[in-house]
Design a protein around this ligand. Structure first.
Ligand code: IPM
Ligand code: MN
Length: 368
């Protein structure tokens, strides 16, 4: 029995999650998977309804008991976070980032794949040219929250924001990325480290040595490559076909995966996973809560459906359960039969409604 916690979240989150669950139902029927869904009412509306201050966090966004409960599931399926009436950062930090840290989801996994029929802003690039994975370290670096103010509010104000990099954190991300490169088994079999070793000569050096030592000792079959992060941005646009798997630190990963989302057709199609390979991972569409589209049945659910595919495939991989991997792969394949029928990946311009896209993917799975 696969136990999934569902957090619809804010805005259009619940709408796209409903389509992901529709597709899960179809994939589970096809592959004989039993599953149980448990809803968690964690979102900005609840925070406000409980009397939370919209300008600063005054009450918890996620209750401690909820965090403890979430730790017991096989996976978490998340819609979107961000509420137009709540100051930016409150829900993001106290829900998304809190769960990443407390569940020790130390990998942010972002497959970057141009589905057939999807428009990319890159001239002449085809689905076979844009197919790589970014492994972003997800619990350290500039996201650690270390730092502070001195003389705040005076002309002498000082703020520091520390890039906390541990050998342990870099190693576990690097090892995960090498293993993934081996599993993907693409003809390139290549892992690229992205950092800024020419300027960040301390943190960058920890990553660099860990990357090479682990590669030499444990993964001699994988080709190693290195890009400075600024150069990687250039190559993403010019030669995306060069990449197989990329491993990088938290903030660089945050930035380059948005660039990657654009070249794969936008936030309507980009899915990601916050992964703890030995515990509970959380899968989500990368797009935000898109408040202006809420309740209109026009938001693109492909990213959320792809996130469900990832949930099944990754959970199956971590638990060595072939049925789950099969179900996830069926979802991914079904998506590739639906995207060519869509006029666009932009909300309101798809040629179909949100629920119709879910129906099409579910039907493609049933027919597979
Ligand atoms: C992401 C998001 C988050 C991040 C925000 C919402 C805190 O941009 O998942 O990439 O910066 O990690
Ligand atoms: Mn981001």
């Amino acid at each position: 029995m696969l136990n999934i916690a569902v957090i619809g979240g804010d805005g259009t989150g619940p709408e796209v999650v409903a389509e992901g669950l529709k597709v899960l139902k179809a994939a589970a029927a096809k592959t004989n998977i039993e599953y149980k869904l448990t809803n968690f009412d964690i979102n900005g509306d609840r925070y406000l309804a409980r009397g939370g201050d919209p300008t600063r966090m005054t009450i918890p966004v996620v209750d401690d008991e909820e965090v403890q409960k979430l730790k017991k599931f096989d996976a978490i399926y998340l819609g979107a976070v961000g509420h137009p009436k709540i100051a930016p950062g409150i829900i993001e930090k106290n829900m998304l980032l809190r769960l990443r840290f407390e569940l020790d989801q130390y990998i942010n996994l972002r497959p970057v794949r141009l589905y057939p029929g999807v428009e990319t802003p890159l001239k002449d690039k085809k689905p076979e040219d844009i197919d790589f994975v970014v492994v972003r370290e997800n619990t350290e670096g500039l996201y650690s929250g270390s730092g502070g103010f001195q003389y705040k509010g005076t002309p002498q104000e000082v703020s520091t924001q520390l890039n906390v990099t541990t050998r342990f954190g870099a190693e576990r991300a690097i090892r995960y990325a090498f293993e993934l490169t081996r599993r993907r088994n693409s003809p390139k079999k290549q892992l690229t480290l992205v950092h800024k070793t020419n300027v960040l000569t301390f943190a960058g050096d920890t990553w660099w040595r860990a990357f090479n030592e682990i590669g030499d000792k444990e993964f001699p079959d994988i080709k190693r490559d290195y890009n400075h992060v600024d150069a990687a941005c250039m190559w993403f646009v010019k030669n995306p076909e060069f990449y197989d798997v990329i491993v990088t630190d938290n903030i660089f990963g945050d930035i380059i995966t948005d660039l990657a989302a654009v070249i794969q057709g936008g936030l309507g199609v980009a899915a990601g996973g916050n992964i703890n390979p030995k515990s509970v991972s959380m899968y989500e569409p990368m797009g935000g809560s898109a408040p202006k589209y809420t309740g209109q049945n026009i938001i693109n659910p492909i990213a959320a459906i792809a996130a469900m595919g990832m949930l099944l495939r990754e959970t199956g991989t971590h638990k060595a359960d072939k049925k789950l991997v099969d179900a996830g792969t069926r979802i991914e394949t079904a998506i590739t039969t639906v995207t060519p029928k869509m006029k666009s990946q932009a909300a309101g311009k798809m040629g179909f409604s949100t629920t119709q896209i879910g129906d099409l993917v579910a039907a493609a799975i049933a027919a597979s």
